[in-house]
Design a protein around this ligand. Structure first.
Ligand SMILES: Cc1ncc(COP(=O)(O)O)c(C=O)c1O
Length: 389
């Protein structure tokens, strides 16, 4: 259970709900269109497809279900392998196991925290073989490597050119975990539009929220159709209760979609604020020795969903404790997934940068509602901590 935020605490990330949310939700209640069919679901899907530059979008209950059905729709089966980062929120890794497949853990890039592409290339070269069927098999386990889930960590897109190239060569499907990166761009193209599918989350802490919600985007009509089918209990007849496979009740409700439409109307504004606040943090933090504020690579435009700093590992826990005592909510980054009990026996490949990231990274408050004076207060307290050493 996450801890409640104290009344005067600067929260890590709180939703911004000050647009048309009330109006659109009221419309659902007034008209009785509250369930998983309705005009807001259609509008929300169209908005996401349009915004990400993809042809199709299917609304789902959360980001985890978006990843789960994407894996199934891409043909990931029991006994396959899927490459995942060890530095990520746990959801993408769990969805691999939901399919009965096995995760293979990769390292992150030291600068962006996203998948280390050079190590991925080395892994394919050194640890895999491409059979006559063109598919790639893990020499160690003899299993087929079917897919990869790159996660655009904290909003910063992974190195997508390199990833697309290597995955094409080895016949690996890319399922983009773009849950944190709605609106981020790589060489002018929006995240979520590079893989076979792109998956988004509208959980309460994301850049836009529907309370809980998700979306699968794709350019592939057949894939979109199958995702929609799987998420509606695989019901094949609109009248008869006729189902042709094991499906899921994964559809987003019209009420949630109504909130999504209102939030989407504000997305560009939210990204603008996040980027401006990143600049303020960066400038203010630049004169503190030993702190590195995560930026963006030149080919990238990040939505700066989360703000991350690196500090010497010997200060990380005590600095977090100090900031919390000053009513500033901060968080460590995720424990590396390959070290958790359920995954400790999985294959890992040369994980080094992720260990350093885990030991040194702290996430700072990042809400859209964050004020410049609050950022100044946060940075002043980081300074005070270091002066007190
Ligand atoms: C990287 C990542 N993947 C997947 C998810 C899962 O999304 P949801 O919580 O909507 O299921 C989240 C966040 O919650 C996430 O941060």
């Amino acid at each position: 259970m996450s801890e409640p935020v104290k009344k005067n605490m600067i929260p890590l990330s709180e939703p911004e709900i000050s647009g048309n949310e009330w109006k659109y939700i009221k419309d659902c209640l007034d008209t009785g269109w509250v369930s998983s069919v309705g005009s807001y679901v259609d509008r929300f899907e169209k908005m996401l497809a349009g915004y990400t530059g993809t042809k199709y979008a299917v609304a789902v209950v959360n980001g985890t279900s978006a990843l789960h059905v994407s894996l199934i729709a891409c043909g990931v089966c029991s006994g396959d392998e899927v490459i995942v980062p060890t530095l990520t929120f746990i959801a993408p890794v769990n969805t691999v196991r939901y399919c009965g497949a096995y995760p293979v853990f990769m390292d992150c890039d030291a600068e962006t925290l996203c998948l280390d592409i050079q190590k991925l290339i080395d892994f394919f070269k050194n640890e895999c073989a491409q059979n006559k069927d063109g598919y790639t098999y893990n020499k160690n386990t003899k299993r087929r490597i079917k897919a990869i889930i790159p996660v655009h960590i904290f909003g910063h897109p992974a190195e997508l050119d390199g990833l697309v190239e290597v995955c094409k060569k080895y016949h690996i499907d890319i399922i983009e975990d773009a849950t944190e990166s709605l609106g981020s761009e790589y060489k002018g193209k929006r995240s979520g539009s590079f893989g076979k599918t792109g998956c988004f989350s509208f959980n309460g802490n994301k850049i836009i929220t529907t309370g809980g919600g998700g979306m699968v985007v794709t350019d592939d009509y057949a894939l979109a159709k199958r995702v929609k089918h799987l998420t509606t209990q695989a019901k094949k007849d609109p009248f008869e209760f006729d189902h042709d496979e094991v499906g899921f009740n994964y559809r987003l409700t019209n009420i949630q979609a109504a909130m999504g439409v209102a939030q989407m109307e504000r997305l560009d504004e939210f990204i603008c604020v996040k980027r401006k606040n990143a600049e303020i943090y960066r400038n203010l933090l630049s004169d503190i020795n030993g702190i590195r504020f995560s930026g963006e690579r030149p080919e990238v435009k990040s939505n700066f969903w989360f703000y991350t700093i690196n500090v010497d590992k010997k200060y990380k826990n005590s600095l977090m404790k100090y900031l919390i005592s000053k009513d500033i909510q901060v968080r460590p980054i995720w424990r590396l997934i390959h070290t958790l009990p359920m995954y400790k026996d999985s294959q890992v490949y040369k994980i080094e940068n992720a260990v350093y990231a885990y030991e040194t990274c702290i996430n700072l408050p990042c809400s859209v509602s964050l004020k410049e004076k609050e950022i100044k207060y946060i940075v002043e307290n980081i300074k005070k901590y270091f002066e007190s050493l």
